[in-house]
Ligand binder design. Structure first.
Ligand SMILES: [Zn+2]
Ligand SMILES: [Zn+2]
Length: 553
């Protein structure tokens, strides 16, 4: 994951898109902001109607009828079933407005889209997709829901305050329809601001089939406990939208936690935070927990690894089921996990092998010196991974291109196809049968850039962000399965993306070269002084690490 805290970030442009999208039909013009609260079984009812071949028009008519009947206190079951999908207070509020029918139509349209296999497209903001960005609530609340604690989505208030950006975002219609039945489960690290259940909406929003999230603030040690309502809403959201959180959710651990820290007070603090996370995820039915192995803090490597494995064993014994998934790292020096040997050594000291796994971050691997670009290089790296670690431990992937060159030990994520890895790497990855069913999570930037890679700014000079970038990347990656690399469309895509990242690659290439020259000069200088202290060299490395860690993901 990149350094930016997802919990505090919100796109500034998504809602603008929604508002500025020209309405293409009269239907769209009548769309008002109405939330459809649809408990699970009610939603199934609507879905069933859609599946039975009832047209959205018919459903809409039935809903209108049902609404009238309800107002006349009719008790007919069929009417009741649909009527209750609209909160009572809202309904009263909407008397005289006929917008609710339109909303049900939009809703059904969404339902249908969710169950359709979508042809891959490289354009996540097609006309059709834009059209879907009406303000219809996609969130499905839990049965008999109450106010959501500090979550401001409570529906009892009729007069609502201006919505926060996060709320608006969660309510926006999907940027891309999700592909169901795909062998590869691709998604992104999404926001869980406002509650863990929102991660599902945010994943749905970008058409993802897998997701990563933070459950707690990445910059704070103390965090409020996981609320029961959020737990229930998460579980219910997974079920409704058919996400198997045991397989396709890959939460990311805190950057603050260094489980390899041996200093007692720090070690306890790190361990407590780690186990607290595992317990939270167990409550959510999540099986995989991704974390950075940590830093030796200048202790001998063997000692740090033994300590880390000891902490893992203890954590496994104090929890029931979560698999602790080690992420491979980019930086060298004191950072653990940048070699397959590190991962092997940690796993070797873990007592319960079923509770430990590896998440391969493509950017980190490449920056650490593992080539993945040509089919031969990819195959060789996979063989190496299998020989040293064992491919059976591979539980997940982070899909990131790299702004920095091979073996640069710089952790800088680039958009797919724009970095030094290039589109060919991802073609290799997406056509690897051993990755079937594993969660594949994008941690790519979402700043909007033009064809030459220049970041676009908004009116206030702020960099524009667009989650549609993830939606488009997911579709593009899904489309790489079985794609002919010599086809015109692949070559066009490869060339276009490479061009987009060209200036950034050049900049980083020069930066890395300068850094290496500087290091070489320092090393020679020390040698020149004869008895250069090993300590000094160690310090030098540690400084490099912390600098590199600041952009870690
Ligand atoms: Zn990563
Ligand atoms: Zn990470």
């Amino acid at each position: 994951m990149s350094d930016t805290s997802e919990l505090s970030s919100a796109p500034s442009d998504i809602d603008d898109n929604v508002d500025s999208t020209p309405a293409t039909t009269t239907q769209e013009l009548t769309v008002q902001e109405v939330r459809i609260q649809t408990p699970k079984h009610r939603r199934r009812g609507i879905k069933r109607l859609a599946e039975e071949g009832t047209t959205p028009d018919k459903i809409a008519k039935r809903v209108t009828k049902a609404q009238v009947k309800h107002q006349e206190e009719a008790t007919e079951e069929a009417a009741e079933e649909i009527t209750q999908t609209i909160p009572k207070k809202r309904r009263k509020n909407q008397e005289g407005q006929d917008s609710s029918t339109t909303h049900v139509e939009a809703k059904v349209r969404l339902e249908k889209n969710e169950t359709e296999d979508v042809k891959p497209t490289t354009n996540g903001t097609s006309k059709k997709t834009k059209r879907q960005k009406t303000k219809v609530e996609t969130k499905v609340n839990i049965e008999g829901q109450e106010e959501h604690g500090n979550d401001t989505t409570g529906d009892k208030k009729v007069k609502r305050k201006r919505k926060t950006k996060e709320e608006k975002e969660a309510e926006a219609m999907p940027l891309a329809a999700r592909t169901l039945g795909h062998k590869m489960f691709i998604g992104a690290h999404v926001s869980s601001a406002g509650g863990v259940h929102n991660a599902i909406d945010n994943c749905l929003h970008i058409g993802g089939n897998a997701f990563a999230l933070f459950l707690k603030s990445q910059r704070k040690w103390a965090n409020p406990p996981l609320q029961d309502e959020h737990q229930t809403a998460f579980l219910s959201n997974c079920k409704i939208h058919q996400y198997d959180q045991a397989k396709h959710a890959l939460p990311h651990g805190s950057y603050l936690v260094n489980l390899a820290h041996t200093e007692p007070a720090r070690a306890t603090q790190a361990y407590d935070a780690f186990v607290d996370d595992l317990r939270r995820y167990e409550r959510l039915g999540i099986q995989l927990y991704n974390f950075h192995p940590g830093n030796t803090v200048s202790k001998p490597r063997e000692e740090a690894i033994a300590h880390l494995a000891g902490q893992l064993n203890k954590a496994h014994s104090e929890t029931r089921s979560v698999v602790t998934v080690l992420e491979n790292m980019a930086a060298g020096g004191n950072v653990l996990g940048s070699t397959f040997e590190d991962l092997r050594d940690i796993i070797a000291l873990t007592s319960d092998k079923s509770r430990v796994g590896v998440c391969l971050d493509t950017c980190h691997a490449f920056a650490a010196g593992y080539d993945l670009r040509s089919p031969a290089a990819f195959e060789a790296t996979m063989r190496q991974f299998d020989d040293i670690v064992g491919v059976r431990y591979l539980r997940a992937l982070h899909l990131n291109d790299s702004k920095a060159p091979l073996a640069s030990h710089r952790d800088l994520h680039a958009n797919i196809g724009t970095g030094f890895l290039g589109l060919r790497t991802f073609h290799n990855l997406l056509n690897e049968p051993r990755f079937h069913g594993l969660p594949m999570v994008l941690e790519t930037p979402i700043e909007v850039r033009d064809a030459d890679g220049t970041a676009l700014k908004d009116d206030k000079g702020k960099e524009r962000e667009d989650k549609g970038i993830w939606a488009a990347e997911i579709k593009m990656l899904e489309g790489l399965v079985g794609m002919d690399v010599e086809s015109a469309s692949f070559v066009e895509m490869e060339t276009r993306l490479a061009r987009k990242g060209e200036s950034e690659r050049r900049r980083l290439q020069e930066q890395v070269e300068r850094r290496d020259e500087e290091r070489e000069r320092k090393r020679k200088g020390k040698e020149g002084r004869g008895n250069a202290k090993a300590r000094g060299k160690q310090k030098d490395m540690a400084e490099t690490d912390s600098e590199e860690l600041s952009s870690d993901g």
